[in-house]
Design a protein around this ligand. Structure first.
Ligand SMILES: [Zn+2]
Ligand SMILES: [Zn+2]
Length: 483
C-alpha cells in the first residue's frame, strides 16, 4: 500500500467505522486522483494565454516576406554559383558538441545556450550557431571521402539567450557557408568574396570587410601569454567580465564593448605581430588575394570573434555606412582544428554566417529592392450554384497550365467580384454564369477595353495563353526566376 493509499484508508475509517477492504481503498484512491487531475486541468485552462511571441522572438509577417524571399533567392543562387551543396541539420544537438567546439569560456556557451534535458534524459541544446552541427554531420556521414573542398550551405534558426535589442534576437536566422578540406588561403579569399557578393547582391552596396589573423595553436599560445601579462598589468582598468575573461578567454577582452576595456585593448600587443612563419605567410597571401579581387578590407587587430574554434583568418562584413556600423552583418573564419577536436580526421576548414535579420534591417535602411512576386493577370468570376461548382474545377485547370488566376469564390454577386478584379488590376476576367455553365462556355472580359467575347470552355486554356503572350505577359512557371 502506497503512502496515498494509507492516507485515504485513514480518512475512510472514522466514517465507516470498519476496516476498509483493499478494494474500497483502491477505488477511493482512484476517485481522489481523478478529482486531482480534473482540478489541475481546470487550473491549466484558466491560466491566461499570453498572446505574444516569447521575448526575443518574432513573427515574420506576410508584408516582410518579400525581403526574406529576396534574401533566400540571393543566398541560394550564390551558393549554387560558388559550388556549395545544401545541408540541413537538426535545430537540437547534444549540448557537449557546443561545449567542446565553441568553448566553455565563451559567452555563447556560458550564458546564452538554450540547454535542457529531454524526457529521455539526454542533455541537448538548441543550436547557437550552425558550424558545430555541420562539422558533426561532416564527420558522421564520412564526407571526408568526397572531393575537396566539401562546400556546404545551410540556413535556419539559431538560438541565444541574450538580452534582446535591435538586430539581436534570441531566435534569429543564419545563412551559413562552410568549406572543408582545403588549407590554401585562396579559399579564405573566396569565402570573403562570397560573403561580400551576398551582401552586395542584396542591394547593400557599401560594404566594409574587416580581417585579422589570430594564429594557430602554436603561435597563439605565445601570443596569449604576452597578452595576459599585458592585461594583468592593467587589470584594475578592466570591467568585471574582462577580469574573469583574463583567465578563461583573454582574447575576448580585445573586443569588449566597455569603454575602459577598449582603451586598454587599444595598446595591447596584436596577434598579427606574433604569428608563426606559416600563419604569417597565410595571412600575407590572403591579403594579396583580396587586393587582387579589389575587395576593400581593413585589418582590425581587435577582431577575435567570440568562438574558441577559430584559427588563423577571422573576418567580419560590415555595412560601409556610418549609420550601419553598429553591428556586423556577419562574419566567420578558419577553424582548422575543429573536425579533429570533434573526433574526425584532421581537416582544415573555413566558414562564415550572415544574420538574415540584420541583412534585412540594412536592406530596408538603404531602400534595397525586395522580391516582387508575380501578380495574377486574370480573375475568375462565377454566378449561380452550378457555375460556382464548375469554377472550382476551371481554376484548377488554369493553375495546372501555369496560369496565375485570382478569384473571390465566397462572394455571391458579380458586381462585388468585379470590384475585387478591378482592385487587383487584372487584365481580363473570365465570367462563368448559369447560362455559360449549361452551354459549356466562358465569357472573357477585357478589363481595359471592356470588350466581351464568349468562347467554348474546351478552347479556353489555349486562348488565354495566347492572349497573355500577345499582351507581353509572362505565363507563370515553377522555375520562373525573377531576379
Ligand atoms: Zn601559427
Ligand atoms: Zn570588458
Amino acid at each position: 500500500m502506497g503512502k496515498d493509499n494509507k492516507k485515504i484508508a485513514k480518512k475512510l475509517k472514522p466514517a465507516k467505522l470498519v476496516k476498509a477492504t483493499k478494494k474500497e481503498v483502491v477505488k477511493a484512491v482512484k476517485t481522489e486522483r481523478k478529482t486531482k487531475n480534473r482540478k489541475e486541468a481546470v487550473k491549466k485552462e484558466l491560466e491566461p494565454i499570453v498572446l505574444q511571441a516569447p521575448r526575443g522572438m518574432k513573427d515574420i509577417l506576410p508584408e516582410d516576406q518579400p525581403y526574406w524571399e529576396q534574401t533566400r533567392r540571393v543566398t541560394e543562387k550564390l551558393a549554387r554559383d560558388y559550388g556549395f551543396s545544401r545541408i540541413d541539420t537538426p535545430l537540437v544537438e547534444f549540448s557537449n558538441l557546443f561545449n567542446r567546439s565553441i568553448g566553455d569560456g565563451t559567452d555563447v556557451v556560458e550564458k546564452e545556450l538554450y540547454s535542457f534535458a529531454t524526457k529521455g534524459g539526454d542533455k541537448v541544446a538548441l543550436r547557437p550557431e550552425m558550424t558545430a552541427g555541420v562539422a558533426r554531420a561532416y564527420i558522421q556521414h564520412g564526407m571526408n571521402v568526397l572531393g575537396k573542398p566539401v562546400k556546404l550551405f545551410s540556413t535556419g534558426h539559431v538560438y541565444r539567450h541574450d538580452r534582446p535589442q535591435e538586430g539581436r534576437q534570441r531566435e534569429f536566422y543564419q545563412i551559413n557557408y562552410e568549406a572543408f578540406g582545403e588549407q590554401d588561403p585562396i579559399l579564405d579569399a573566396q569565402m570573403i568574396q562570397v560573403a561580400t557578393r551576398v551582401v552586395q547582391s542584396l542591394g547593400i552596396k557599401a560594404v566594409q570587410i574587416q580581417v585579422n589573423s589570430i594564429g594557430c595553436p602554436v603561435c597563439r599560445k605565445d601570443y596569449k601569454d604576452l597578452l595576459v601579462s599585458y592585461l594583468e598589468s592593467k587589470s584594475n582598468k578592466l570591467c568585471v567580465d574582462c577580469k574573469r575573461r583574463l583567465d578563461v578567454n583573454p582574447l575576448r577582452v580585445l573586443d569588449c564593448k566597455e569603454d575602459k576595456c577598449s582603451q586598454v585593448a587599444a595598446s595591447a600587443p596584436q596577434s598579427v605581430d606574433h604569428l608563426c612563419e606559416e600563419c604569417r605567410v597565410h595571412f600575407k597571401n590572403l591579403l594579396e588575394y583580396l587586393d587582387e579581387l579589389d575587395l576593400p578590407y581593413t585589418i582590425n587587430p581587435r577582431l577575435v570573434r567570440g568562438l574558441d574554434y577559430y584559427t588563423k583568418t577571422v573576418f567580419e562584413i560590415w555595412s560601409g555606412s556610418e549609420e550601419g556600423r553598429k553591428s556586423a552583418l556577419g562574419g566567420g573564419g578558419r577553424y582548422d582544428g575543429l573536425v579533429k577536436l570533434l573526433g574526425g580526421e584532421a581537416t582544415p576548414a573555413i566558414g562564415f554566417a550572415l544574420g538574415a535579420e540584420r541583412l534585412i534591417i540594412e536592406m530596408k535602411r538603404v531602400q534595397a529592392k525586395s522580391y516582387k512576386g508575380l501578380k495574377p493577370k486574370i480573375f475568375l468570376a462565377q454566378l449561380g450554384e452550378m457555375a460556382k461548382k464548375k469554377s472550382l474545377r476551371l481554376f484548377s485547370e488554369l493553375e495546372k497550365n501555369g496560369i496565375l488566376v485570382a478569384e473571390s469564390f465566397g462572394r455571391g454577386s458579380l458586381k462585388s467580384q468585379l470590384r475585387v478584379a478591378n482592385r487587383l488590376g487584372v487584365e481580363m476576367t473570365l465570367i462563368l454564369g448559369q447560362k455559360e455553365a449549361l452551354d459549356g462556355t466562358v465569357i472573357i472580359k477585357n478589363m481595359i477595353s471592356g470588350e466581351q467575347e464568349t468562347v467554348s470552355s474546351a478552347k479556353l486554356i489555349d486562348l488565354v495563353k495566347r492572349k497573355l503572350k500577345n499582351d507581353n505577359v509572362v505565363v507563370y512557371h515553377d522555375n520562373h526566376d525573377n531576379h
